[in-house]
Structures are given as C-alpha cells and as structure tokens.
Design a protein around this ligand. Structure first.
Ligand code: SF4
Length: 242
C-alpha cells in the first residue's frame, strides 16, 4: 500500500494525464482517438530526439572540465558569458524540451542562472532555424524588429531572474550528490515510512517525517544494514556506493 502511494505520488503528473484521457474518453469520445494520436506523435518525436541529447549532455559533462563551463557561463563570465549563452541558444536545433537536460548539466557545472535563462529563452523563441522560417512567412522586416525586441527582453529577463532566483533555490542534484557521497537519498520522494531509520539507525534519522542521512562513516557490518534499507525502501530512493 505504501509502495503504491509512493508510486502515485512520484508519478502524479502522469496520473493527471491518464485521468484527463479517461475524462475525454467519457465526456467527448470522438476526441479520444485523435488525442491519443497526437500524444503518440510527440512520444515518437521525443524518442528520436532525447537519446541523442542525453548522450551529448553526458559526453560534455564527462569531457568538459567544470572550470571551462564556469569561465564560459559562470556568474563572473560577464558580457562574454551572456554572449556565449545567446549564441548557444541561437545556433541550437530541436524543441525546447531538449534544452532542459543541457541547461541542467551546465548549471551543475557552474553556469549562472542569468545565462541559463538566456540559453532557454533564445532556444525557445529566436533560434536561427526559427528566424529563417519566420522571415519566409512574415517577411524580413517583421523578423528583424521582433528579434531586436525579443533579444532585449531576454537579457532583461536573465538579469531579473538572477536577482530573484538563487542556485540554492533550485532542486538538489541528487545524482551529483550520489557521486560524491557513498550514501544519499532524495527526501522529495520519501514517504516517511521510517524503515531505513529502523534498519540502520546509525546512518538514517527521521526529521519532520522525512528520512535524512546522518552519517557517511562505515564501520564493519554497516554495509549489510544499509543494503537492507536500500532494498526495503518502498520509494527506492536510497543510493549506496560503498
Ligand atoms: S527513505 Fe526511509 S523513510 Fe523514506 S521511504 Fe525510504 S525507507 Fe521510508
């Protein structure tokens, strides 16, 4: 039951989408099959694009040193960093959702919030392939004026967002933590069952109905208890790399 509840909680957006389909099927059955067709179209598109993007992101993450990303896009990169961010977004290809894993990787390597806003916004609304199509349909004059105004707005948005949103406001990168610490968990998905704290009390503690790791020190025999907690955690959120 607890496992089912945690799965429902972890996949709540998927549940909302399924409920929306059920509602369409009941109240507007003629739209049910076309809506499924549309969804399948986008799923196929994502299956073609996302593996390439994730592979590219992993390669950049593994091969490009943190200092290089920090120098190019970090908070001390100044106007040069903003221009790099602008060019990266402008010369990108593919839908905007492909930009999120790239930006997540850049953030984890020290890119500033302002430059991430610039990359995302440029990618979404003024990338080069989009401008070429826009010019063809609406004319070069329209495209140039919109490009100038949108560019100004993007730099302003980057500045304003960086004033209000700090890196510590963003969700914790549990993958990164898992690589650094032998023992980690993502409390966002903890259902508060307390099993881990019972099984390995010297490493886990319940705080406000969420589990937290209290020690990374491993004595003999600890590994077995922690592995037991990993196996029994109903949310499967405990990572252990001794
Ligand atoms: S981390 Fe601990 S408390 Fe949270 S769901 Fe897993 S076993 Fe339960």
């Amino acid at each position: 039951m607890t496992f089912l509840k945690s799965q429902l909680k972890n996949n709540r957006f998927l549940m909302i989408v399924i409920l929306a389909y059920v509602a369409v099927g009941i109240f507007s059955p003629d739209k049910f099959l076309p809506s499924l067709g549309n969804t399948w179209y986008y799923v196929k598109e994502m299956l073609m694009i996302m593996p390439v993007i994730l592979l590219l992101t992993s390669l950049i993450s593994a091969w490009v040193p943190k200092e290089t990303i920090e120098n190019a896009f970090g908070k001390n990169s100044g106007i040069k960093g903003s221009l790099f961010a602008f060019l990266l977004g402008s010369f990108s290809a593919g839908p905007i959702y492909a930009a999120f894993p790239v930006c997540k990787m850049l953030l984890s390597k020290g890119a500033s919030i302002a430059n991430i806003v610039i990359i995302l916004s440029t990618w979404a609304v003024i990338k080069i392939p989009m401008l070429i199509t826009e010019s063809k349909f609406l004319g070069p004059e329209f495209m140039v004026v919109r490009w100038i105004l949108t560019t100004l707005a993007i730099f302003l948005m980057g500045y304003i967002t960086s004033r209000f949103v700090k890196p510590e406001d963003l969700p914790a990168d549990d993958e990164a933590a898992a690589l650094v610490d032998p023992l980690s968990l993502n409390p966002d998905y903890c259902v508060g069952c307390g099993l881990c704290a019972k099984i390995a009390p010297s490493h886990f503690k319940m705080v406000d109905k969420k589990a937290t790791v209290i020690s990374q020190t491993l004595s003999s025999g600890d590994g077995l208890a922690i592995k037991d907690a990993v196996a029994k955690c109903p949310s499967q959120i405990i990572r252990f790399h001794p």
